[in-house]
Structure formats: structure tokens, C-alpha cells
Ligand binder design. Structure first.
Ligand SMILES: Cc1cc2nc3c(=O)[nH]c(=O)nc-3n(C[C@H](O)[C@H](O)[C@H](O)COP(=O)(O)O)c2cc1C
Length: 215
């Protein structure tokens, strides 16, 4: 992964399952790879299988809770992935959301969504439910969530995607988020910084322009 200490754009990729050998991680790896092609962007992964996230409200001061809140607070944007489990998004994804605080550190963050499902209908219901909850906590959920249907036929045993069209669609989750950030978040942050520093007050036009300026 690109260096997480970068002062540039920081993206957090959330893996919404702990199922061993899950296919969500295979799809998310493509999104991360796509984002990391851009050298000024660092990606952090939140993998709930490697954390000991407490049940909602049971241990708000836990180290894992603090860690994910800190990571997401610093993020410029988030990719949220989930499998479709029982007609919705996973409980692991919900546990991550519960641990991001109330109010949530996701508030105001652009979030791109991706869902995968074994079934042919795809992860439509998971994505709709996830969109609803993430909007509720104040995230800016980007349009165009990507749903991968029949995901178990899309990756080989080595985790390689065997369907070019699906791979393009999945990688698009990353490019859409980055385009949104470059087009909307970065200019806003730069403007805020400029307003704070007030360079316009110190700025003098180059001599050529001074001469041309009306008296
Ligand atoms: C608890 C559970 C519930 C599931 N429910 C659904 C479902 O409602 N619809 C569906 O298409 N697949 C369902 N699946 C299959 C997953 O979509 C499948 O495991 C797929 O590979 C994506 O999940 P993964 O990231 O765990 O691999 C379910 C799997 C589990 C473990």
C-alpha cells in the first residue's frame, strides 16, 4: 500500500466481513489497487477480522474503537464494501459503523459503496440498506454504488478477476471516489486554507499587470 504518512489524499477501505476466504476482500483489493495507482494517495484498510471491535455501546473506550475512529477521522474519503448476507449488508459492516461513534466520524466524508453477492440479483438490497444507514450518520454517499452478482464465478482461486467487464466496473468504485475528491473536496480544502492564511491580502500583481491596471 502507498505510504500512509503522506500529506496528500487519504482513503480508508472498509472490508465488511470477517468470513474466512471471503470474496468481498478480493473485490476490494481491485479497488485499492486502482486507487494506489495514484502516488499522492494513501490507503488504509479496516479489516474487522484483525480487530477486536466491541458490540455497540459495550466498550466505547476500547483500543480498537479508538483506532478506527482515528483512521476514519483523518480520511479524505472512504470505500465501504459489504457482502450481501440474508438480504442486507453484513453484521460486520454494521459493527464497524457502530464503532465509528455517535455522532459518527463518517459525517461529512464522501463514501463510495461496493457490494458483492453469490446470487444473480447481486448486492442490491445490501447496498440500499447500507446507503440508508450511512446517509443517516451524515456520510456523503456517492451515487453509482457497484454491485457484483455471482461473485464466486468472477474470481479464480488465486483471487484474480476472470471477468474483464466486472473488473472495470469494480475498479470504477475507486476512480469515482478519487474524481469526486479531486473535483470537490480538494478545492474546498484549498480554499479554506487560503481564507485562513489570507494570501490575497499580501498578494501584489506582477509588474506587467500593474502597468496595465486602470488608474
Ligand atoms: C450468513 C450468510 C448469508 C448470506 N446471504 C446471502 C443472500 O441473502 N444473498 C446472496 O446472494 N448471497 C448470500 N450469501 C452468500 C454470499 O453472498 C457469498 O458468501 C458471497 O461470496 C459474498 O460474501 P463473502 O464476501 O463472504 O464471500 C450469504 C452468505 C452468508 C455467509
Amino acid at each position: 500500500m502507498n505510504d500512509g504518512n503522506s500529506d496528500g489524499i487519504k482513503i480508508v477501505a472498509v472490508l465488511g466481513t470477517t468470513r474466512p476466504g471471503n470474496f468481498t476482500a478480493k473485490a476490494l483489493a481491485l479497488v485499492i489497487d486502482e486507487i494506489e495507482r495514484q502516488e499522492d494517495i494513501a490507503v488504509d484498510l479496516i479489516d474487522p477480522a484483525t480487530m477486536n471491535l466491541p458490540l455497540p455501546g459495550s466498550s466505547p473506550e476500547s483500543a480498537a474503537t479508538k483506532t478506527i475512529q482515528e483512521i476514519v477521522s483523518k480520511a479524505t474519503g472512504v470505500v465501504f464494501s459489504t457482502p450481501e448476507y440474508h438480504g442486507s449488508y453484513s453484521s460486520a459492516a454494521k459493527l464497524i459503523i457502530e464503532n465509528l461513534g455517535f455522532p459518527s466520524v463518517l459525517a461529512g466524508k464522501p463514501v463510495a459503496l461496493m457490494g458483492v453477492a453469490a446470487g444473480q440479483i447481486g448486492a442490491i438490497k445490501a447496498l440500499e440498506h447500507l446507503r440508508s444507514v450511512l446517509s443517516h450518520v451524515g456520510a456523503i454517499v456517492l451515487p453509482g454504488p457497484v454491485s457484483v452478482a455471482g461473485v464466486r464465478n468472477v474470481f479464480d482461486d488465486d483471487g484474480r478477476c476472470v471477468d474483464e467487464a466486472v473488473e472495470k466496473m469494480v475498479r470504477g468504485v475507486g476512480t469515482n471516489l478519487v474524481e469526486y475528491i479531486r473535483g470537490h473536496v480538494c478545492p474546498r480544502v484549498a480554499l479554506e486554507e487560503m481564507m485562513r492564511r489570507g494570501p490575497a491580502l499580501d498578494w501584489t500583481p506582477p509588474e506587467s499587470e500593474q502597468a496595465a491596471a486602470p488608474q
